[in-house]
Write a protein that binds this ligand. Structure first.
Ligand code: AMP
Ligand code: MN
Ligand code: MN
Ligand code: MN
Length: 346
């Protein structure tokens, strides 16, 4: 039998049914043959067909991802109740799979507690799972987020580092509640805590949900406009990890560090460059180019920056839960095809 051609159809999916849309045609090799068998099985929807062996689809995908820049549904940024998401980790993973995500990472703030549940769900479905975390840091007086991917979740230094960040959160929450009391809103510490399934991870999102509950604002977004952001009641300065610490914890555990949603920070162009120079010099290797909170202009700007700094590119919805997110899991635009996707390093 002649070796098959693997084509990418207009939905960005690998296809072996002969319609050519122009992109990647891989060379004939044993690996390609394996992939064809794996894909055939999937395309035939598991129905038995003479001579088509069941080969591991995950293995095929892994090869394809490495082989070229094919378009897969990838979501490498989202949250569960282990931090400030609304859904348990297993449910977040299931939702991602339902939406067709083939490479998935859960990136809770400062906590790895959701990873094993998410991993089980994703592995069982034969999709790709990547360990993830979103580390809160302070740089130049701003709160910035550094994503970590593909690290050893058992690493002692990483776990100790994240525990040190978490231990500051309860104290910060008490100070936030004291500030809100000064403007006539009492009981916020207890109120916010009721929303925090992981009390060590008490977050501004939990305060926002409580302030909506008691009718101070109509929705979470308006709470962040009028309260708990710099210059507004309820915001307090806090010492998070440093940039260098966060990158060291991630890379020390064998992972890759990526700057989360760079379009969201109130940095001037020159401050952003200084930040990225420093990030690179301490071992940062990627930047989140496509994000649920990025405009098309942000994507263009940070694609240029990725090329210029030779950063790999990551992408993620930053999904927090139904009704509270910019974007649904897996609903991202693909990365610009000339960028090196961060999963090349996985
Ligand atoms: P924290 O880590 O406790 O400072 O909380 C930060 C979290 O608040 C972020 O991860 C977002 O989930 C949420 N957040 C920050 N700014 C906004 C905003 N403008 N609108 C909605 N959520 C926000
Ligand atoms: Mn969050
Ligand atoms: Mn973030
Ligand atoms: Mn996030």
């Amino acid at each position: 039998m002649a070796p098959p051609k693997i084509e990418i159809n207009s939905y960005g999916e690998p296809s072996v049914f002969g319609l050519v849309f122009g992109q990647a045609t891989l060379q004939h090799s044993v690996a390609v043959w394996d992939i064809w068998l794996g894909l055939s099985e999937r395309l035939l929807d598991g129905r038995p067909q003479g001579g088509v062996k069941a080969l591991c689809y995950h293995r095929a995908l892994k090869f394809l991802r490495k082989a070229n820049s094919l378009v897969f549904k990838v979501d490498l940024h989202c949250h569960s109740t282990a931090s400030d998401g609304l859904l348990p980790a297993a449910e977040v993973a299931r939702r991602a799979l339902q939406n067709g995500v083939e490479l998935f990472s859960l990136t809770d703030h400062d906590d790895l507690g959701g990873l094993s549940a998410a991993r089980s769900v994703v592995n069982e479905a034969g999709a790709g799972f990547v360990t993830g975390v979103e580390v809160s840091i302070e740089w130049g007086g701003l709160q910035i987020h550094v994503l970590g991917f593909n690290f050893d979740a058992e690493d002692a230094a990483l776990n100790a580092g994240l525990a040190s960040i978490r231990s500051g959160r309860v104290n910060r929450a008490q100070r936030m509640a004291a500030e809100l009391e000064k403007v006539g809103i009492p009981g916020c510490f207890e109120g916010a805590m009721r929303y925090a399934e992981n009390p060590n991870l008490i977050s501004r999102s939990h305060f926002a949900r409580y302030l909506v509950e008691i009718g101070v604002c109509e929705d979470v977004r308006s709470v962040f406009e009028s309260y708990i952001v710099p210059g507004k009641p309820g915001y307090v300065d806090h010492r998070w990890a440093t940039l260098e610490e966060s990158v060291n914890w991630i890379t020390g555990a064998g992972g890759v560090a990526s700057v989360a949603h760079p379009g969201r920070y109130k940095l001037t162009k020159s401050e952003m460059r200084r930040f990225l120079d420093e990030f690179k010099s301490v071992g940062g290797r990627a930047i989140e180019v496509v994000s649920g909170s990025h405009s098309a202009e942000n994507v263009a700007v940070f694609s240029r920056i990725a090329r210029e700094f030779s950063f790999m590119a990551s992408c993620g919805s930053d999904y927090h839960g139904p009704g509270e997110s910019y974007m649904e899991l897996g609903a991202l635009a693909p990365l610009p095809s000339d960028l090196v996707p961060v999963w090349k390093a996985f």
